[in-house]
Design a protein around this ligand. Structure first.
Ligand SMILES: *Cc1c(COP(=O)(O)O)cnc(C)c1O
Length: 400
């Protein structure tokens, strides 16, 4: 039976998370934002909190550090709650890229039996670039293995004597890996899963991830680094914030106990406040409820793809089984790039383009409605049916 707009509205009417949408800044109700997996929306609570922290700076000046100094680990503990980690094992600092650099080097330094590096061909570019650079600097081999994008990496792909970096949810296809089934020589990149689905970090040893996607911490917000046993590692960036007894300044370098040793320089206090708010609103909604809604919404999206888009030359670039995918869906089409541009310029739908041929649509259950999914797919169908994407300027822009 065909899916109708009334079906989507009925799903919204019984959605237990529906009220969370009002907690976000949404200035334009006509615009359908399906890119929360690239940059999440601004929570109203974060806007207020940031104003308060700015005022703290204004009134307390350097005295503010008495409270700010613990922000990276305090925020890490707030985040630990939504990514299934123990307190003291998550640090919020730096970008994902820099955290990966630190973690890979720290593991290689302390586990010399790992004699090469590995990742899959489909992994996110920054992960590959970091590994290429470290392999060159250390004279190590980097093995890049092929995977079926719809399956994602499998445990048997992981080379035995390698330190391997994999994404929990593949950034293009959305394939979801069963982390617990993999060897513990894997560093997991949780950029597309943290805040979108339950993760059990207690089952793995190492991870990095992003806070500006599903955790709504804002453009350029710091990432996180997780190590189950941080005291077994030594960071390659020996900075004064990772030093034991930081303010006894004449001492030689000695790593701080615990995850704090992965701090390098002075932490960005405004950003950390935004990460804490993002983690809080996620914890309040409950990650299980978020996942349940996300699955229902990606199911709706896929049903509408089958109903309307298949006939227009689209194929599904994401696993059909809900438990094998994350919270975004890629629709593949030969003309994906002009279609993405037309969606933004002519239909007020915000997706992103992921080469070579994917229109990627992200579901952020805290503020995406079922009817948004319906309307976005309807606008997409109309646009392609009428050939609107053939009328637009297809010059490639710097950000896609
Ligand atoms: C978004 C994303 C990143 C971001 O890295 P930054 O260094 O924070 O810019 C890293 N890895 C993956 C898989 C991502 O999706």
């Amino acid at each position: 039976m065909a899916v109708t707009r009334a079906d989507a509205l009925a799903l919204d009417a019984k959605d237990p998370l529906a009220a969370f949408r009002e907690r976000f800044v949404i200035e334009d109700e006509h615009r359908l934002y399906l890119d929360g997996n690239s940059l999440g929306r601004l929570p109203k609570g974060t806007r207020e909190r940031l104003h308060r922290v700015i005022d703290e700076w204004g009134s307390e000046l350097v005295g503010g550090w008495h409270d700010w100094i613990d922000a990276p680990t305090r925020t890490g503990d707030a985040l630990a709650e939504v990514i299934g980690a123990d307190p003291g094992t998550v640090l919020v600092a730096d970008s994902v890229t820099v955290n990966l650099f630190k973690l890979v080097n720290a593991i290689l330094e302390t586990q010399p039996h790992l004699r090469k590096l590995a990742t899959d061909q489909d992994n996110f570019p920054t992960d590959r670039y970091v590994l290429e650079g470290i392999a060159r600097a250390r004279g190590l081999e980097l093995e890049i293995f092929d995977v079926d994008p719809l399956l994602g990496p499998q445990p048997s792909d992981v080379p035995e004597d390698a330190l391997t970096v994999l994404s929990h949810v593949a950034y293009r296809s959305g394939a979801l890996a069963d982390m617990a089934a993999f060897p513990d020589t894997v560093i997991w990149d949780l950029s597309h899963s943290a805040g979108a689905l339950p993760v059990d970090l207690r089952a793995i040893r190492y991870a990095v991830g992003c806070t500006y996607k599903y955790l709504n911490a804002g453009p350029g917000a710091t990432g996180f680094l997780y190590a189950r046993d941080p005291d077994a590692l030594v960071t390659p960036i020996q900075g004064w914030f990772g030093q034991a007894r930081q303010f006894e300044m004449e001492r030689p370098y000695e790593p701080a106990p615990g995850i704090t040793r992965f701090l390098a320089g002075t932490p960005p206090i405004l950003v950390l406040a935004a990460v804490e708010e993002g983690a809080r609103i996620t914890a309040e909604a409950g990650i299980e409820a978020i996942r349940e809604k996300s699955i229902a919404q990606t199911e709706l999206l896929i049903a509408l793809h089958d109903q309307w888009l298949q006939a227009l030359g689209f194929t599904l670039g994401t696993p059909r089984e809900p438990h094998l995918r994350g919270s975004h869906v890629s629709l593949r089409h030969e003309e994906a790039w002009p279609i993405c541009k037309a969606l933004i310029e002519r239909a007020d739908v915000i997706p992103d383009f992921r080469g070579p041929d994917s229109v990627r649509l992200g579901i952020a259950p805290l503020y995406t409605r079922f009817v948004d999914v319906y309307d976005a797919l309807e606008r997409l169908r109309d646009l392609v049916e009428r050939g609107v994407h053939r009328e637009i300027d297809v010059a490639v822009s710097r950000v896609t």
